[in-house]
Ligand binder design. Structure first.
Ligand code: SF4
Length: 609
């Protein structure tokens, strides 16, 4: 059944649809209130869509679907299927790790705090998420400094006969050996909880009360300890900057599109900005509101902290549906809102600015030559920083002649004044390795006259070419130059046995298998740029030679083609290439030619081509 027919019989119910390419690979997964209408909409006004969507549409060969009870169920299913199949045309958050949180085990007899990365629906209290592991560790350290909460794990706690050093240091009240009763320990846990919830005023009020009580009982030492604790807590509070007066937990999302897409999340906990995270999404031409909708879907996956409010820069697709889904997941009301004024708007603007800056920094990092070269050195484990790179390419020309090219890049930029051409002098028919050997030897012999050496030598080709380069350097006694081979990966395709070029393989000395860099790697882009530049340079040289007529001498090497015949042939065909393409009959028909000469000429080209 062709795709149009298949679309006609899709169900009208809510569900998830899976678009597939001719090989049956899932290339896009979407959810819809009505599957048929949604899928049909792709094919309507297809020519008005952006390039990426048009490409997607042109690749759809089949469609599958899963009907769900409701749209919400479809949303959850879509999310799970995207995670499973990672379709090429869906938005992907590259960094979807769970942020660290603090878990307070309040149902334990003597609760403790621990760092976790997943929030479970258990009886514990969770605080966070914190923007980094360092941030959560620092908070935990601070808590142990401010409150005498136990820091040991259960195994240690249950097997103590004497308190540990924390007790001696006044950092723990040693519930492990019964130095404190459950009620007093509970009060400590309550204070920790108030601190983590940002309820500082209440906490200070309670501590002041305790201090007074101690001093009334003439326990001045105890009162002084609480006074110091209050002062330390006040110092911590002073440093925290309140950004939202509602003392709410909010996530703020900022969005910026400029070539790529930057999404910035800010985490506000109890009205305080705790940090944020920047995400760079590959360039997607889906509408902004669809991108943010997909982002939220993936970001608040299983085990993630869901705040009371999510502030957005603009309204998104499936606003109510996502709100409902998050509310259900959290077990409390979650609101998605696009603020128009006040603190909330200020926060969204802050997130937007951060998204823009994040994207800018990423672009700068990706395009900074020093960074790219550093990445290249790291990824290829080069001995030297590849400040000067020389790349070699051989270009074969119909008729048996070949030229070689050398391009030079310094600091990641082409140094055109140092480019060099080589007209291969080896005998006709020499193989690629022989040609490479010749140009490399000619180039590096010059270093004995004081020429500069590269940090990295790159040859166009695989292991064979790379070994030739290594051999030449060894023969010439040149040490310390890194050598690599860059070759296009070739895979067989279909029954037609046609070869399709795919990816790049990088050959390194002493490594059996070539390595690959990710397609988006700036270091790989630099290597490709250098290789393309050497191709371009070789071809330009070829054209120049052809224009000058230098290749006419090729005819001189063919027995039976003397001066007169050569003149006639060139007059008629204008170039050696054209002569090489002519049939034997055509060659024979040229003035001064005969059958024998035509035969020799024809077999010469067809032997060497
Ligand atoms: S004193 Fe006891 S309860 Fe406190 S940290 Fe040490 S072992 Fe754990």
């Amino acid at each position: 059944m062709n795709i149009e027919k298949k679309v006609q019989v899709l169900p009208e119910s809510p569900g998830v649809y899976l678009l597939k390419d001719p090989k049956g690979t899932i290339i896009y997964i979407g959810k819809a209130k009505g599957i048929r209408n949604r899928v049909r909409s792709y094919f309507q006004r297809a020519d008005e869509r952006d390039i990426k969507t048009r490409t997607l549409i042109s690749k759809i060969a089949d469609v599958d679907y899963l009907v769900t009870e409701s749209e919400k169920e479809a949303l959850i299913l879509e999310n799970n299927l995207i995670k499973k199949y990672k379709p090429r045309y869906n938005i992907k958050i590259k960094d979807d790790k769970n942020y660290p949180c603090l878990r307070l085990t309040i149902k334990e007899f003597f609760p403790r705090l621990m760092i976790v990365r997943r929030i479970k629906k258990d009886s514990s209290l969770y605080f966070g998420p914190f923007p980094s592991a360092l941030a959560v560790r620092n908070t935990l350290k601070l808590i142990y400094k401010l409150f005498p909460l136990r820091s040991c794990k259960d195994a240690k706690f249950n097997n103590r006969t004497r308190p540990c050093i924390n007790y001696q240091m006044g950092r723990c009240v040693a519930p492990c050996v019964g130095k404190v009763d459950a009620h007093t320990y509970e009060e400590i846990v309550k204070e920790v909880r108030l601190f983590l919830e940002g309820k500082d005023h209440e906490l200070i009020r309670i501590l002041r009360g305790k201090m007074k009580e101690k001093s009334d009982r003439l326990d001045f030492e105890g009162a002084a300890r609480i006074r110091d604790q209050i002062q330390s807590i006040e110092k911590v509070i002073e440093k925290q900057h309140i950004v939202s007066k509602g003392f709410l937990d909010q996530d703020v999302i900022g969005f910026h599109r400029n070539g790529g897409i930057g999404v910035q999340t800010l985490f506000v906990r109890n009205g305080m900005l705790m940090g944020g995270r920047f995400f760079s999404l590959s360039h997607q031409n889906w509408p902004d509101e669809e991108i943010i909708s997909s982002f939220i879907n993936q970001f608040y996956g299983e085990g993630k902290f869901i705040p009371q409010e999510i502030l957005l820069p603009f309204s998104i697709q499936d606003h109510e549906l996502i709100e409902q889904w998050l509310t259900e997941r959290k077990g409390n009301r979650v609101t998605l809102m696009v603020p128009k004024r006040g603190d909330r708007l200020h926060l969204v603007r802050m997130a937007m600015d951060n998204a823009e800056n994040g994207l800018l920094s990423k672009t700068r990092l990706d395009t900074d030559p020093e960074n790219i070269l550093r990445e290249l050195r790291e990824k290829l484990r080069l001995n030297r920083f590849p400040r000067r790179i020389e790349a070699f390419d051989i270009s074969d020309i119909k008729g048996g002649f070949a030229v070689g090219s050398m391009v030079v890049f310094e600091g990641g930029e082409p140094l055109k004044s140092r480019y060099r051409h080589f007209r291969i002098r080896s005998s006709l028919g020499a193989d690629d390795y022989g040609k490479m050997y010749e140009i490399l030897t000619r180039r590096y012999q010059r270093t004995f006259q004081g020429g500069a050496l590269p940090d990295l030598l790159m040859v166009d080709g695989g292991k064979g070419q790379m070994n030739v380069a290594l051999g030449v350097l060894k023969e010439l006694g040149i040490d310390g130059v890194d050598v690599i081979g860059l070759a296009k990966d070739r895979v067989q395709k279909g029954h037609a046995q046609t070869l399709e070029r795919k990816g790049e393989r990088i050959f390194l000395p002493k490594r059996k298998e070539p390595i690959s860099l990710r397609k988006t790697s700036p270091a790989l882009h630099l290597l490709q740029h250098i290789r393309d530049e050497s191709h371009r340079f070789a071809i330009t040289y070829h054209r120049k030679l052809k224009h000058k007529g230098d290749f006419h001498s090729l005819l001189d090497e063919i027995p039976g083609i003397g001066r007169e015949r050569k003149k006639q042939l060139l007059r008629h065909y204008k170039s050696v290439d054209k002569i090489g393409e002519a049939s034997m009959e055509e060659l024979e028909s040229i003035p001064k030619m005969n059958r024998k000469a035509a035969q020799q000429l024809f077999s010469f080209f067809h032997r060497t081509a």
